[in-house]
Design a protein around this ligand. Structure first.
Ligand code: MN3
Length: 200
């Protein structure tokens, strides 16, 4: 079955002034859409066609001959997840069980933010910075290119896309400014809390 691109959970201009409508237009409308088109073309007529995107990602990750399917499929999934990690009037600090677990595992919310910023800044080249649950521990990890935490037995809670196409129109080379702005103004802690609850 073809994977359908999920609708953006907000209008393209909803994240301004932090992420422009122009960036979202290219990022959602061109980059994400192209990964999905490529993925659907690659799996069409193969046994993967009958599996879910998540099932295909897990199988393709273990087979070097399926690298193109993995790259396009994982990028399709990573972006669908990323759109939900952002929300207008986001940012702030999570409360409830996720807020308490972040304090327990990182020492404080500020220490968690520093780790996330550091992971995003030090991911060399294209990739992603993540908050994940591994076992019963929250961790900050970074992945290169299309890599996604589910293939490392980590459950994604939150992510920030640090490919240049995510920020270059708005921030040019200033990736740390984009990451700090996203953390302070756009992170969707309600979505993260749902992921954390479901991951346990
Ligand atoms: Mn991207």
């Amino acid at each position: 079955m073809a994977y359908q691109q999920p609708a953006l959970p907000y209008p393209e201009n909803a994240l301004e002034p932090f992420i422009s409508a122009r960036t979202l237009s290219f990022h959602y409308g061109k980059h994400h859409a192209a990964y999905i088109t490529n993925y659907n073309n690659l799996v069409a007529g193969t046994p993967f066609d009958r599996l879910s995107l998540e099932e295909v990602i897990a199988l393709a990750a273990a087979d070097p001959q399926k690298i193109a399917i993995f790259n396009n499929g994982a990028q399709a999934w990573n972006h669908s997840f990323y759109w939900n990690c952002l929300t207008p009037n986001g940012g702030g600090e999570p409360s409830g069980e996720l807020g308490a677990k972040i304090t327990q595992d990182f020492g404080s919310f500020d220490k968690f933010k520093d780790e996330l910023k550091n992971a995003a800044a030090t991911q060399f080249g294209s990739g992603w910075a993540w908050l994940v649950l591994e076992g019963d521990q929250l961790k900050v990890v970074k992945t290169g290119n299309a890599q996604t935490p589910s293939t490392s037995n980590q459950k994604p809670i939150l992510t920030i896309d640090v490919w240049e196409h995510a920020y270059y129109l708005d921030y040019q080379n200033r990736r740390p400014d984009y990451v700090a702005t996203v953390i302070d103004n756009l992170l969707n802690w309600e979505f993260a809390a749902q992921n954390f609850h479901a991951a346990q």
